[in-house]
Design a protein around this ligand. Structure first.
Ligand code: UT7
Length: 324
């Protein structure tokens, strides 16, 4: 088989219309704009309308990604949706997205790696495409975390928001790709940490959906080290250095974690895409949303070397290096 490379053909994002500011949140729980901005960098988040489901957000991001790629839904034969807030326990949200986009061929499935979901989904879709299990993929991160937040718990409800982001990957012969495309990924997990960030419900345990619970300080303590490890690993594997990066597109959980990782790795702030201020932590949607914003405003351009990373519940963590 001709060696293949997964090239990014397009990217798109979608944020629900309703904006919930820190000020409005401060009327709901005992918090303040000052605390939230200082501790996290978040100024506002978007919240899905009652009739807007994760699959609806995913479809809008996918349509935007398809439009930017010049392709149509009928070109797609693989859909991977990263989400921890599926429409239903089953079937996979990816199959609902497939139906809403009118796609009747190929395969569609979900990936569950919480905030690292998009990095896992990208690495998975890349492997599928390189092995001939599809030719063109929609890789989507989509979440409605507003539905699993405990809106009386100020330590968590101020941190998250709803949204979706998507990329279109196209498998082409390596010789044609040159040095463009997904160059490598590094994925990790360690379930010993499961109870530091989890949802206290599920089909098998409680038969309820449950609410997000987090020991924020514990997550914070591990974040920079874990992120740095996978970044160093993917750079080693692909023979690149942080000095060569054009853009660092981190998971948007906390500005202090992003700054800490950037400082540890020697990545300057001006090469880092920050979106957390405008939409908070959108879990699996965070990295593709940041990519879509970086491309839309003209910062990320063809041939740029782009590093993505994320860390979240599980714990899971991962990084990928792409030549745009
Ligand atoms: O996607 C991956 C998942 N999540 C993360 O990466 C999050 C990782 N963790 C964090 O980002 C931070 O730990 C938080 C932003 C969650 C918390 O920041 P922190 O600096 O670690 O604060 P803390 O938990 O140590 O709390 C400090 C104080 C506490 O009060 P006392 O005990 O010092 O009196 C909290 O009760 O801040 C209080 N606090 C708040 N105050 C106002 C906690 N939440 C709030 C709030 N508003 N929303």
């Amino acid at each position: 088989m001709t060696p293949l490379r997964s090239i990014v053909r397009g990217v798109g994002g979608y944020l629900p219309a309703r904006v919930l500011s820190n000020g409005e949140l401060a009327t709901m729980v005992n918090t303040s704009d000052e605390w939230i901005v200082q501790r996290t960098g978040i100024r506002q988040r978007h919240v899905a309308a009652d009739d807007e489901l994760t699959s609806d957000l995913a479809v809008k991001a996918a349509e935007n990604a398809l439009a930017s790629s010049g392709m149509s839904a009928s070109d797609i034969d693989l859909i991977v949706v990263a989400t921890s807030t599926p429409d239903l326990t089953f079937p996979a949200t990816a199959t609902l997205v497939q139906q809403k986009l009118g796609i009747t061929r190929g395969a569609a499935f979900d990936i569950q790696a919480v905030c690292t979901g998009f990095v896992y989904a990208l690495a998975t879709a890349d492997s599928y495409l390189k092995n001939g299990l599809g030719t063109r993929a929609l890789v989507i991160g989509a979440e409605t975390f507003s539905r699993i937040l405990d809106w009386t718990d100020r330590s968590t409800c101020v941190l998250f928001g709803d949204g979706a982001g998507a990329v279109v990957l196209d498998a082409i012969p390596e010789a044609e790709a040159g040095d463009r495309g997904v160059l490598g990924s590094s994925l990790r997990s360690d379930g010993v940490h499961w109870d530091k960030l989890y949802v206290d419900g599920g089909p098998s345990s409680t038969q309820t959906v449950g609410h997000l619970r987090m020991h924020g300080r514990e997550v914070f303590k591990h974040a920079v080290g874990m992120i740095s490890d996978v970044i160093e690993d993917v750079l080693d594997k692909t023979g690149h250095t942080t000095g060569e990066l054009d853009w660092f597109v981190p998971h948007q959980a906390n500005l202090r974690i992003i700054d800490g990782a950037g400082k540890k790795l020697g990545i300057p702030a001006e090469k880092t895409i920050i979106t957390i201020d405008s939409h908070a932590n959108t879990s699996a949607a965070s990295v593709p949303l940041a990519l879509s914003i970086g491309v839309a405003d003209g910062r990320i351009r063809p041939n740029d070397l782009v590093l993505i990373e994320a860390m979240g519940g599980g714990f899971t963590w991962g990084a990928s290096l792409l030549r745009w």
